[in-house]
Design a binder for this molecule. Structure first.
Ligand SMILES: [Zn+2]
Length: 381
């Protein structure tokens, strides 16, 4: 019975790589290739409080990269975009948003929009079958008028498709939708649920799922892309804006122990006036015993989370992915990753073998990382 040791080996290999199975994600050999773009950077002056709590002195303004993702279905070569970042001329937005840029409250640093980045990279716009918006905020919808009418648009359930000027308070304008076949997802008949998130199998082969993650804005969705049979990239949109809203948590601490040098550094770099954990002492923060994420979703009246309570629940569900060794979560505005993410033309597919997640998940508490905002500074905002 020489077969037995081999069978045992296969069994154990299967188990070792099966933690995604905890979410009841069906097994599949079908994959997609995911390539990330950072379309540009937007600064929102005096706006951090509308995203996260607490806001420490000196960190009142917030800097956002804008991630957009090119997803290619390996079996059919079909291409889609998940989010587009922002249009290049912010004065082309509806008046309420254009005014924020005109006044200097929002500052845009974007030399090329996603359509230019794609074409520069040899990706013709006519090859993009579908654009998926995580939600309809200005920094995700790009400029759909630059895509040919053959490019379809997929939006989440309840997305407000009213357009300016017919609807004076609308944030979309006619050119955001005109000429494109628009599909509004319906999760009520979805038979899959991963960690409490209703899922639609986009290509029907387990390679790319769209997930219902409401809260930030009606119709907010995320994606779960299978990049190898047993590893995934979750495209988190604006389910959260700073990874400190999802980290750390007990499972995350267990699967991704904080590197020793950061455990040491954060003793003094993280302010104990604003953050605490069971083994912290006045003036000495202890990360190891911190079981709760460092930031909460803003629930102030001017929060950018339309429904903060629902947002927090969607975030908690996604955070279980974030703690999982088989799923790499990339949110649209993750500033902590900008210096480490392999951007287009590289793909993210090799993230697990290259230990990208393990090597970057604690970036946000490294005081040299731009996402580090855990100590008051004298920086002017
Ligand atoms: Zn956004």
């Amino acid at each position: 019975m020489r077969l037995l040791p081999y069978l045992t080996l296969i069994f154990f290999v299967g188990e070792t790589y099966a933690s995604f199975g905890d979410f009841a994600i069906p097994r599949s050999e079908s994959t997609v290739v995911v390539r990330a773009f950072n379309v540009g950077n937007v600064t929102l002056k005096n706006s951090t409080h509308a995203f996260v709590s607490p806001v420490l002195p000196g960190h009142e303004s917030i800097d956002f990269p804008m991630h957009a993702f090119l997803v290619e279905h390996t079996a059919t070569q079909k291409r889609l975009m998940f989010d587009l970042g922002m249009r290049k001329d912010p004065l082309d937005f509806v008046p309420s948003i254009a005014a924020m840029f005109a006044s200097g409250s929002f500052i845009l640093n974007e030399t090329k929009d996603i359509t230019e980045l794609l074409q520069d990279g040899g990706i013709p716009l006519r090859s993009i079958d579908t654009v998926i918006w995580s939600h309809s905020h200005f920094d995700h919808i790009g400029d759909m008028s630059k895509f040919p009418n053959t490019t379809g648009l997929v939006i989440g359930p309840g997305t407000d498709t009213a357009t300016f000027p017919e609807s004076p308070t609308a944030s979309l304008q006619a050119s955001d939708l005109a000429g494109h076949h628009v599909t509004e997802l319906d999760f009520t008949t979805a038979s899959l649920t991963f960690s409490g998130l209703k899922a639609i199998d986009f290509f029907g082969d387990g390679s790319f799922y769209l997930l219902n993650t409401p809260g930030h804005l009606p119709g907010h969705i995320t994606a779960l892309a299978r990049v190898t049979p047993t590893s995934f990239v979750a495209l988190g949109g604006d389910a959260f804006h700073h990874v400190g809203e999802a980290r750390p948590r007990p499972e995350f601490q267990k699967n991704f122990p904080c590197p020793a040098h950061l455990l040491q550094e954060t003793k003094t770099s993280i302010s104990t006036d604003f953050f605490w954990s069971p083994k912290s002492r006045e003036g000495a923060f202890d990360m190891h015993s911190r079981a709760q994420q460092l930031f909460a979703v803003s629930d102030l009246p001017d929060s950018f989370y339309a429904d903060p309570v629902t947002s927090q629940v969607s975030l908690e569900k996604l955070a279980t992915f974030d703690a999982d060794p088989d799923i790499f979560v990339v949110i649209a505005h993750d500033l902590s990753l900008v210096s480490s993410l392999p951007y287009f033309p590289a793909s993210l597919n090799n993230w697990k073998a290259s230990q990208l997640k393990k090597n970057t998940v604690w970036n946000f508490v490294d005081k040299t990382n731009p996402a580090f905002t855990f100590n008051p500074t004298n920086a002017t905002s």
